[in-house]
Design a protein around this ligand. Structure first.
Ligand code: IPE
Ligand code: IPE
Ligand code: MG
Length: 238
């Protein structure tokens, strides 16, 4: 892109628990502050002209946590979806979901469906909330969709494009940049298929401490990357 901005940014919002522990607070306090950081970053990204922002809010593996913590996070997500409608409207932000909706509590599913419906015509930034999301789970669901109704001969002709077309949001372009807060160098099952050629930016800062300046620093880092997609630059070819 001419602007040098990534079209699509994915963020692994990690470090809420550590943020709370550092302050001798309970983990849920970290999630509350993490939600505030998410709101700051959505506003900053929208103001910067980012078109797609995927936020990893709850993974298919996060169900392993204590029931109290899981229940608190689900409550926060519901509250966020319900209370932010004016903000989406003012900023023309479209809300979408990626992940296994069927595995979510019915009230969270209902909030997600209604936020997506209320914002579907907004032409500003698209915020894709990854909730009960796992990259492997998304691929499995895509393959199941694809295989349903296909005969043996059709199955052997399956292409990458066919699988891409059965992912949760096939019209959303692959992420150019994946950011992870809190210093861990792993994907934790985030956008495995779509992130094949994403640039990775890891920040040691814990998610609740994130501000627009951290996003700006990540974008600056991205702008200095040399993306080759497996090819070579013209100047290097002999
Ligand atoms: C990220 O923060 C939020 C979720 C995974 C839901 P964590 O809760 O993983 O925080 P740490 O990694 O324990 O610090
Ligand atoms: C990844 O963070 C998931 C989310 C941010 C929602 P985790 O805290 O679950 O990842 P691991 O356990 O450190 O790999
Ligand atoms: Mg974590």
């Amino acid at each position: 892109m001419d602007s040098g901005l990534p079209l699509h940014i994915g963020i692994i919002m990690d470090g809420n628990g550590r943020w709370a522990r550092q302050r001798s607070q309970i983990r849920t306090q970290g999630h509350l502050e993490g939600l505030k950081a998410a709101k700051r970053i959505v506003k900053a990204a929208s103001d910067m002209g980012i078109k797609y922002l995927t936020l990893y809010a709850f993974s298919t593996e996060n169900w392993k946590r204590a029931a109290d913590e899981v229940g608190f996070i689900m409550g926060l997500i519901k509250q966020y979806l319900r209370n932010e409608l004016d903000f989406y409207r003012e900023n023309r932000i479209r809300i979408r979901h990626t992940g296994d909706a069927a595995g979510l509590p019915p009230d969270v599913q209902a909030e997600l469906t209604s936020a997506a419906a209320d914002t579907k015509d907004f032409e500003g930034m698209q915020v894709i909330l990854a909730i009960n999301y796992g990259g492997r789970n998304e691929i499995v669901r895509a393959v199941r969709k694809l295989a349903a109704g296909k005969s043996g001969a059709d199955l052997s002709a399956i292409s990458e494009q066919d699988i891409t077309a059965c992912l949760d949001n096939p019209d959303v372009p692959d992420p150019d940049l994946i950011i992870r807060s809190a210093g861990e160098y792993r994907t934790s099952n985030f956008l495995l298929w779509e992130g094949a050629y994403a640039e990775l930016h890891v920040s040691t800062k814990l998610w609740p401490d994130w501000t627009g300046d951290d996003l700006t620093a990540a974008l600056r880092d991205f702008q200095n990357r040399d993306r080759r997609f497996g090819g070579v630059k013209a100047r290097d070819s002999i």
